[in-house]
Structure formats: C-alpha cells, structure tokens
Design a protein around this ligand. Sequence first.
Ligand code: PMP
Length: 464
Amino acid sequence: MHPNLWHPYFQAKTCPEPLKVRSAQGIWLELEDGRHIIDAISSWWVTLYGHGHPRIAAAIYQQAQQLEQVIFSGFTHEPAEQLAEALVKVLPPGLTRVFYSDNGSTSVEVALKMTYQYWVNQGQPRTTFLAFEAGYHGDTFGTMSVGARSLFTQAFTPLLFEVEFLPFPATWLGDETIDQKEAQAIATLQDKLTANPDRYAGVIIEPLIQGAGGMNMGRPQFLQTLAQHLKTAQIPLILDEVMTGFGRTGDWFACTKAQIQPDVVCLSKGLTGGFLPFAATVCTEAIYEGFFSEDPFKTLYHGHSYAGNPLGCAAALAAIALMQEQPEAFQRLEALHLQHLNSLQACPMVEKLRVTGTVAALDIIQPTQGMPTSQSWANSGLDAFGWNASDLDASVADILTHQPSTKTGYLAQVGPFIRQRALELGCLLRPLGNVLYILPPYCISEAELAQVYGIIQQILNECR
Ligand code: PMP
C-alpha cells in the first residue's frame, strides 16, 4: 500500500493490496495491470449512468470555466438555483427547501439538526429520535447515533446520543410473514407514541432498502402506514434516500414509488451521477418557517465550505437530465434481475432472494447437511489474501444486524471468498457479510448483466 495513504473501511494489516484503477468507462473499470472489471456495485453505489459519462463530464468542464466555487452564505448562483428547482420538481409535493452539503453523512446530519432545532425553535424541545434496527446513515457522530450500534461505532459508544429503535420489516420473494412483521413494527411505534407523545423530534428510515445493514428490502405499503401514523402524531418523517434516490428503486425516489410525502429527504451518492461529492437535504416549507425569524438563536448554524459547489450543481443537473431522458434505463432493471433471481432460486445455497428496482440481493446460507463443502473455497488461500472473519467490510451486515462475530466459519468467509473469486472472474462484487447484492450502473446491457449473474452462478457452484 502507498506509504502516504490511509484507506476508508480498510484494515491495512490484513486486507489485500488495493487494486489500482487507471480509468473507467461505462460499467468497466480498467486496472493498471490492464485487466477490465465490471463495476457491479456502481462504486459504493454512486455511479448511475456509467463511469465517465461524456454529458456529465462536459457539464463540469463548462461550469469550471465559468465559476468553479464561491462561498454560499450571502452569495448564490444560477446552477444552485436551477438545481433546487429541478429537485423540487422531481420530489413529492411539499418538499420546497433545498440545503446543500457535500456527502451522504452530512445530508443526514443536517436533517437531524433541522428537525431537532425545529422543535427547539418552537419552544417545545424534544429529546430523542426514532430510527430502525440495522439502519446505517453515515459515519459522523449524529449519523452513527441514529444507525445501528456495531463494531464500527463501538469505540464511540459513550459519545453517541440516545436513540430508540424500531424493527425494520424486511421481506423477500415468497415471504409469507411480512404482514405480521409490518404490523409488529407499527405496533411498536404506536406504543412508543402513546407512552411518550412529545418525546420524538423525528423518525428516520432508509426507505424501501436498508443498504449497509444487508440490502434489507421493505414494502411501499409499510412506508405509507408509517407516514400516516407520523402525520397524525405530527412527528417529522426523515427519509435517508442517500442510496435509494435517483432511480435506484426503479422510480425516481423511494418516496415517489411509495407515493408518500415525507418532511425531509436526504440525497447524495447518485445526485451527481457519481462524479462529485455533493449532497442535498430537502425539507418542507413548514420546517423552513420554523427557522424564519429575527431571533438569531433560531438560525440553522450549519454550513460546509463547499456547500452549493457550482461544479456539483452542474453535474447534478446533467445527471437529472439523463434520468429524465432515459427513465427506462432504471425502470427496466427490476424485470431483468427477477429473471436471473428466478433461475438462482433452485440453488440450495441461497435464500431470501429479493429485488427492488435496480438492486437485487440474496443471502448465502450454510450448505445443508450432507452437502460436500468444496475444497475450492475452503482452501482458497483467503489468509494469503488477508481476508478472514475479522475483515471489517466483509462482515458489515453481520455486524450491523447481530452482535459482532456471531458468524464464524462458512458464513464469515463466504463473502470474502466471493469478492476474491468475482475479481478473478472480472467483476467487482462486495458482499455484506453473507449478503450478496448486485447494484449496477443503469447503462449495463442485458448481456453484461447476464455475465454478472453467470459469474455469480459459477462462484456458487464452486462453493458447493
Ligand atoms: N445513508 C445511507 C443510506 C448510505 O448508504 C450511506 C453510505 N453508504 C450514507 C448515508 C453515508 O453517505 P456517505 O458515505 O457519502 O457519507
């Protein structure tokens, strides 16, 4: 590893050398050693219309020649205004105020501060947030607090503020227990609201898909019921659409798919089509008005140096234009995923196959008794690659949903094995523990998607 670098989510002592990427086009990454690899996870879920899309690149170039950056407090500019208008148009009615920042965590942090201070400004401070078990909202202190307590957050536990958690009703193809799970989550919510109607500043959820917690998928009707209850209780609903936004769920946003009207929406990742770090927190006029005052204590004192960066705005406008021109690119993927998942159903090593829009996932399970465990992965030299049960990223889902290190042996090692084999076979897959997911750029062709599933099928065969 380079002597001057410190990579994120990376234990340098045990992880393999980072792969050096020379360039990227569409779904393809070109490594320095000349290999070409399909980016089947859109590079940490950001790349929407493929790497290096010429339209977004050109928009950034043009904007850079005119205005690359300017302080966004006391100043404004055309790209920021245009983007705010564009976002308000594509989001559900009622979301009218756009606050810019520069990554997913900050977009959530802003949402938490907005809703918390909203109540302070009303003279009715509220002490806590409600969030969902196995949720992930970022790595800052506020976002760690509303996320599941895990290995990632353990060192900081004493510094995290208290949050109450609700069960996330996750479902999959053929799941017959989802009605009960949803009813239970709503009953838990109701109990809490009845016991302490004035305690909660807001409720935060990753709508339809919990990402890092294991690509857990929920139903639109659960969001509708949740939104109704919160409207009645007059508690703001915050949607963390950092991952689900901009077509990922097969619709523009999870909230447009579920046809609900949240109070705050957090956006980042795909906002710039995966080109630039940029984010937006969009709220209702009612929340904005809670800050509109001559009293300086009612101001939202939050801002980042690069807030409203004109290059980010220009990239986002170009990415939104691409979505508007080619909605079929993200609308078509669910049916294609389904076809492939249906053929994987027969495999005895997989369960809980699921799909929401452009994202497909499944759990790898321990082979049943009597099934031989292949020497191919058992002796795959994981140690030589430095991947083992303690690999932080490889066991994220396990860590987030359970206690650290509950999965050992097969389930702890199968994720790293898949990651390694997939790379050897020309595909970037990065399982979350034993959850394998495919989250490709929208420009992937049917043949290329079939290639990804072919690689998965081959690896699963080797695992047997
Ligand atoms: N919220 C969700 C739902 C996410 O998936 C992520 C990133 N994986 C974040 C927030 C944090 O975003 P960032 O990594 O840009 O800070």
